[in-house]
Each structure stands twice: as C-alpha cells, then as structure tokens.
Design a protein around this ligand. Structure first.
Ligand SMILES: C[S@@+](CC[C@H](N)C(=O)[O-])C[C@H]1O[C@@H](n2cnc3c(N)ncnc32)[C@H](O)[C@@H]1O
Length: 189
C-alpha cells in the first residue's frame, strides 16, 4: 500500500477536517497534562492542518511537519505566519525543541514507519524536552494500521529503547465519546 497516497486521498475526499481538523483548544488541554506551557518551542509532529494552533497563544517558536503536502497546504492557508515543512519519516533534522507533540499520528500510521518516526521525535529532544504522543481509541480507517490493535506497553517500551527517558501512559475521555490514550514523554537522562 502506498501509505502517503492513501493519506492524500483521505485529505482530498474529506477536506481539512478529514485528518485532525478543528478542536485545537481541547487538544492543547492534553498537551498541558504532559507539561506544555504556552511560550515553549514546539515540534508538532504530523501536524496535519495545524489544528493545535487554535489553542496556542505564542506561535513564534512553532514548527509543524507532516508527510502529506496537502495537509501542509491547508495549514499554511490558516496560519501563514507559522513555519511548516513536508518531510519523509526517518530524515527529519530540526533544532531541539522544548515540547514535541504527535497528535493522533501513531493512531494510524503504517507500522513500518513507526520506528522512523520515533527517531525523528527523538532527534528534536534534549534533556529538558517534554512531549505527548496521543492515540485515539475507537477510531478506524481501512487504509491505515490502527495502533489500538497494538500492545500499548510494547509501544512504550519501543520509545524507551530509542532513548526516550520516561513514558507515562494515561487516558482522557473525549467529549465525543472516544478515549484518547496519551503517552507523556520526557528525555530525562
Ligand atoms: C489524524 S491526523 C492528526 C493531525 C494533527 N496532529 C492533529 O492532532 O490535529 C494525523 C496526521 O499525521 C500524519 N502522519 C501519519 N503518519 C505519519 C508519520 N509516520 N510521520 C509523520 N506524520 C504522519 C498524517 O499525514 C496526518 O496529517
């Protein structure tokens, strides 16, 4: 399966709401549980159309990256003042960031991209970085592989094996009935 093409089709068929649009304020409440404070430098990994920015006041140190160019086009339309980049998983090179968010990215990504993406996230972290990887349970998409079928503990161990120093798993109930599992991450060694 051409995973990126599947995502492009998904955006084309569903518009900017198709993959993560809207609801930025609720998304930021989860980031705050993982230690995000407005004003931090940010890597928004798998930023989609940049929905999180709706809930962020200080956008000056924000970088959003995604593997699908259509997503970045939507993001640039909504937030022309912010920096966005299209990239290939496993090749990302960014300055270190204080906070790394990966919102619903691992919920539905191809399994063979997972380790590449963890490496990308790790390269943006220094010893003080915090972050969140959140996973929407109860969602599904035939074109993609759903992380809910994985053993979450196994995923946490994979993060640790890549040198991410601490991983805390928690859950929040979403107003629409879905559950967001989130992994608060820190590079603490
Ligand atoms: C459900 S959307 C969420 C968008 C945004 N994070 C949010 O919470 O609004 C998932 C996004 O992750 C991107 N994505 C999927 N797999 C990825 C990967 N392995 N690396 C980076 N981005 C990925 C997709 O292109 C899509 O834009």
């Amino acid at each position: 399966m051409d995973y990126i093409k599947a995502y492009e089709d998904h955006y084309r068929n569903n518009g900017r709401l198709g993959a993560g649009g809207g609801d930025g304020k609720t998304k930021v409440t989860r980031w705050k549980k993982a230690g995000f404070v407005d004003g931090m430098s940010i890597l928004d990994y798998g930023c989609g159309c940049g929905a999180i920015l709706e809930g962020i006041e200080d956008k000056s140190q924000y970088l959003g990256v995604d593997i699908v160019s259509q997503a970045i086009e939507y993001a640039r339309l909504d937030y022309p003042e912010c920096t966005f980049k299209v990239f290939t998983p496993g090749t990302l090179k960014t300055p270190k960031k204080q906070f790394i968010g990966a919102g619903s990215v691992f919920t539905h990504t191809a399994r063979d991209l997972v380790e590449q993406s963890i490496k990308d996230i790790k390269q943006a972290m220094n010893k003080d970085s915090l972050g969140i990887i959140d996973i929407l349970e109860g969602d599904s998409n035939n074109n993609t592989i759903h992380l809910a079928y994985w053993n979450l503990q196994e995923f946490a161990e994979l993060l640790l094996s890549h040198g991410i120093g601490s991983v805390q798993i928690d859950k929040v109930k979403h107003p629409n009935g879905f559950t967001h599992t989130y992994l608060a991450i820190a590079y603490d060694h």
